[in-house]
Design a binder for this molecule. Structure first.
Ligand SMILES: *Cc1c(COP(=O)(O)O)cnc(C)c1O
Length: 375
């Protein structure tokens, strides 16, 4: 049996519970404007320990609305060069000029010194992306540095549901956190997102912006250049249910990450990235040593029945076709190394001990063969 890169399971209890609630909504004819979106917001804000959570249509929308609310038009936003295209396009669509940051491969995040070197009087915001669920140890320091200068720190927490560092959840370090509930993430409702914040004004502004700029939700008077960024009631039902299981999912993911560390921590030819804090377990990332070709490595591991997961990310932003014009000639050695040499082991709640051992054995075999080829 092949081991897939991704697996999303709704077990019979999940399905029965979700279908029961959705059946009730359909029966009542309430698929918008109901209570599930509000409840989901309350439950999510309580989970991460933020004063507010505002549900939106996607993680991309969450980021874009934070940018619009913070006010980045015609100013600069600093974005790590190794992130999802969504992080970039959110700032771009909010009218910012994006300046890319290099990252440290061991955390996949920019260091404070990368940020201080790139920031200037024009900088409106810095985005930290908790790649794979990892929260950089410099996060609190970066937050303090930004606060002192009146620069908005935005967290892209699309990978980091349940990641905690210094007793603080991802999404609570900066002015606003953006979560995604896309199907591949730690918890999902198909498509959806959430903004978390402790800032009353920001939360109120995002509620206006997600609803076509209306200050009064049901009155057609538009006070801002907002968009339709609302979450549906049906998505919120699935999201609420997933949230009840999030701790369990995250505990399993952490357990499998520990398992990989035990079985592959000393494997020659690959260095596993360790979180150093309770993380979401969204990704289990290893760096192949120079000289080992990733495509060859993945092909050999696939031959042994193991599908490796997608990288975070394979192509850095300055090499994305749509962004080449704006970032031609830029060089980010840390981001390029991280994107170029990483592999992501399969990790999901349903992985299980047996499959974990089979992955580790397949990876160790291919690494050993690679080492033998060298001689
Ligand atoms: C998935 C993702 C997003 C975008 O979320 P969507 O819900 O797909 O719009 C943003 N940033 C990162 C790092 C992501 O992985």
């Amino acid at each position: 049996m092949r081991i897939p890169a991704q697996e999303l399971e709704f077990d019979p209890d999940d399905r029965a519970s979700i279908l029961h609630t959705i059946g009730g909504l359909l029966e009542a004819g309430r698929i918008s404007g109901g209570h599930n979106v509000e409840r989901f917001e309350e439950e999510f804000s309580a989970y991460v320990g933020a004063r507010h959570a505002v549900a939106v249509a996607s993680g991309t929308t969450a980021l874009e609305l934070i940018m619009l609310a913070v006010g980045v038009r015609n100013r600069t936003v600093l974005v790590p060069a190794n992130t999802n295209f969504a992080t970039y396009i959110a700032a771009h669509r909010a009218g910012a000029r994006v300046r890319l940051l290099d990252v440290a491969p061991e955390t996949l995040a920019p260091r404070l010194r990368d940020i201080t070197a790139a920031a200037d009087a024009d900088t409106a915001a810095v985005v930290l992306v908790h790649m794979g669920g990892l929260i950089s140890p410099e996060t609190a320091g970066i937050a303090a540095w930004c606060r002192e200068r009146g620069i908005a720190l935005v967290e892209d927490a699309a990978h980091a549901h349940g990641s905690v560092r210094d007793n603080q959840h991802a999404g609570t370090f900066g002015i606003g956190g953006a979560f995604s509930f896309f199907a591949t993430k730690v918890m999902t409702c198909g498509e959806g997102g959430m903004v978390t914040t402790n800032d009353d004004t920001l939360a109120a502004e995002i509620r206006i912006l997600r609803n076509l700029g209306k200050t009064e939700p049901w009155v057609s008077k538009h006070d801002r250049l907002g968009t339709n960024g609302r979450m549906t009631e049906l998505s919120a039902v699935v999201g609420r249910h997933q949230l009840t299981r999030l701790d369990e999912y995250v505990a399993l993911r952490r357990h499998w990450a520990e398992g990989y560390a035990k079985l592959l921590g000393a494997a020659p030819g690959m260095r596993l990235v360790r979180s150093g804090h309770p993380y979401s377990g969204y990704k289990a990332i290893g760096y192949l040593r120079p000289g080992l070709d990733r495509a060859d490595f993945k092909r050999e591991v696939a031959r042994a029945g193991v599908q490796l997961a997608g990288e975070v990310y394979e192509i850095p932003l300055h090499k994305q076709p749509a962004l080449l014009d704006m970032h031609a000639g830029e060089v980010f050695p840390g981001a390029e190394m991280s994107c170029g040499r990483q592999v992501c082991l399969p990790i999901y709640p349903t992985l299980g001990e047996d499959r974990l051992e089979r992955v580790a054995a397949a990876v160790a075999d291919v690494l050993a063969a690679g080492a033998a080829d060298e001689c």
